[in-house]
Design a protein around this ligand. Structure first.
Ligand SMILES: Nc1ncnc2c1ncn2[C@@H]1O[C@H](COP(=O)(O)OP(=O)(O)O)[C@@H](O)[C@H]1O
Ligand SMILES: [Mg+2]
Ligand SMILES: [Zn+2]
Length: 505
């Protein structure tokens, strides 16, 4: 007898439907799994055999063949344990008919406990798309599966409970749809930073328009401190944005079972020893890289010149198109990677160039060599270049408490809502992502601005790309003011953010 049990698999970060066809026939007892299984899928045989015995059913003495269809797609991991288990019981007629709109996924332990797996959110979304109505998942993943919406989700603790449910003996309770409780704010706040008004202004602009940002300053000037406070002023994610990045985190196995939906924009800060693969993603089981984990959020590279050159090169393409191309056996795969890049660096190797103490020991040639490490094309893709001066003693000792992040975030949200109206129906969500075709319209310049732009373009030797970037930043500055047209002061401020000494060599 052949039984087909519905399940789901992962291809990259998307789910797709898989059916586990189980066939019991006469002949010598054997147990085969076909359909391009990897080693982990093949080992399901041992786990399923033990789980069947441990739930008090006799393991069928027959020739068992399991086909995971579509048979031409590679199957990886342990999610197929549960559908294979159900398929064998149903084929041996130890279970009655399984509803045809139900699907199963989960790993089994030898004792029959059902263990959590990664990638449940994209698989649940695929289940919904395939018309599946009831989804059985490991108990640990139940909250995550409900995020797909429109599915009856059962969290299964162990196979005994599942068999009792399917036999109608002791029904399981469907999982409650997960919803976030109001969480206590524990992000680092801008109110801790004394002085540095210019840098805070640049952070606000970066947050409001989604712009890439480079902070340059001597050690201890507060670059890392300031960058880590960016998340506290970023606009909240829409549900669509949150689902997209939560799915990527899920595939990477980073989901917190109690909080399966990311509410805050991600802030990833890979160490400077990270490899290009760690940034881009890859490996036999396709782990999304830091650039994808930072999708819809921030990728922070502290001590930028310390990163390997190939890591920085690997970021160029994703910075342009919001996607990273990952090489895999048998082709390439594109993963979403639309992140806001924030970098911090010292002005020279010893770190003290430009400091009033005159401590810098670097020659001009040393400084050149140091800056050369970061390629021009990467710098060109960063909208805001900001000098972080050392804090003045008076600022540090001031009694007044600086403005807190909540107040800044309000202005950021207001500027972002103007952008949402501007870009509605286009797939663009903030000024930084504005394609060149839209710039002419959204960033129209009057005669005075045009003259200002022309002289800056010639004087500073801007490239066409940085010309567009200046206009996008000017648009954001105007949005922060709630002004329809870009005016000369907005443009002048935007130009100033591409005018740091250090980058002129
Ligand atoms: N503007 C500031 N206000 C208050 N504390 C500051 C300020 N700038 C620096 N600090 C203090 O100095 C420490 C070092 O700053 P950090 O961000 O690590 O510097 P950098 O990354 O530029 O080397 C911070 O943890 C903070 O305690
Ligand atoms: Mg630092
Ligand atoms: Zn130096």
């Amino acid at each position: 007898m052949v039984v087909s049990i519905r399940s789901l698999g992962l291809n990259g970060i998307s789910g797709y439907e898989v059916s586990a066809e189980c066939f019991l026939s006469g002949g010598l007892p054997a147990f085969d799994i076909v359909g391009l299984p990897d080693a982990a899928v093949r080992e399901a045989r041992e786990r399923v055999r033990a789980a069947v015995k441990n739930c008090g059913v006799k393991f069928p003495v027959s020739r068992i063949t399991v086909n995971l269809a579509p048979a031409n797609q590679k199957k990886a991991g342990t999610v197929y344990d549960l559908p294979i288990f159900i398929g064998i019981l149903a084929a041996a007629e130890d279970l009655k008919k399984i509803p045809c709109d139900a699907a199963f996924l989960g790993e089994l332990s030898l004792t029959g406990a059902v263990r959590g797996v990664s990638g449940v959110l994209p698989m649940a979304l695929a289940a919904k798309g395939a018309g599946i109505r009831t989804l059985f998942v490991p108990e640990e993943n139940a909250a995550e599966a409900t995020l797909a919406g429109g599915l009856t989700v059962y969290g299964v603790p162990d196979v005994n409970a599942l068999v009792a449910h399917l036999r109608g003996e002791t029904p399981l309770c469907p999982a409650e749809p997960w919803s976030p409780e109001a969480e206590a704010e524990d992000l680092p706040d801008l109110r801790d930073v004394m002085g540095q008004e210019n840098v805070k202004r640049a952070l606000e602009i970066a947050a409001a328009g989604g712009h890439n940002l480079l902070l340059i300053g001597t050690p201890g000037s507060g670059k890392s401190m300031l960058a880590k406070r960016l998340p506290s002023i970023l606009p909240d994610m829409t549900r669509k944005e949150a689902l997209a990045v939560s799915g990527i985190w899920s595939v990477a196995g980073l989901t917190d079972p109690q909080h399966p939906l990311l509410l805050r924009r991600p802030f990833r800060s890979p160490h400077h020893t990270s490899s290009a693969v760690a940034l881009s993603g890859g490996g036999p089981y396709l782990r999304p890289g830091e650039m994808s984990l930072a999708h819809n959020g921030v990728l922070f590279l502290d001590e930028l010149p310390e990163f390997h050159r190939d890591v920085l090169e690997a970021m160029r393409q994703p910075l342009e198109d919001g996607e990273v191309t990952v090489a895999r056996a048998g082709g390439t795969l594109r993963l979403p990677a639309r992140f806001q890049l924030v970098c911090a660096m010292n002005p020279c190797r010893c770190g003290w160039r430009g400091h009033p103490s005159g401590r810098c020991t670097c020659s001009d040639r040393d400084v050149e060599k140091y800056v050369e490490k970061i390629s021009g094309p990467l710098l060109d893709r960063i909208d805001l270049h900001v000098n972080v001066p050392s804090v003045e003693y008076e600022a540090l000792r001031r009694k007044t408490v600086p403005e807190d992040s909540a107040a800044v975030k309000q202005r950021v949200e207001a500027a972002r809502s103007l952008q949402l109206v501007r870009f509605s129906g286009t797939g663009v969500s903030c000024n930084a992502q504005m394609p060149p075709a839209m710039i002419a319209d959204a960033c129209a310049l009057d005669a005075a601005c045009d003259a200002l732009m022309k002289s800056a373009f010639e004087r500073m030797g801007l490239t066409a790309r940085s010309h567009d970037r200046v206009l996008r930043v000017a648009r954001t500055i105007a949005d922060l003011e709630g002004v329809e047209r870009i005016e000369a002061p907005h443009l002048a401020e935007a130009i100033q953010y591409r005018n740091t000494e250090i980058l002129k060599g």
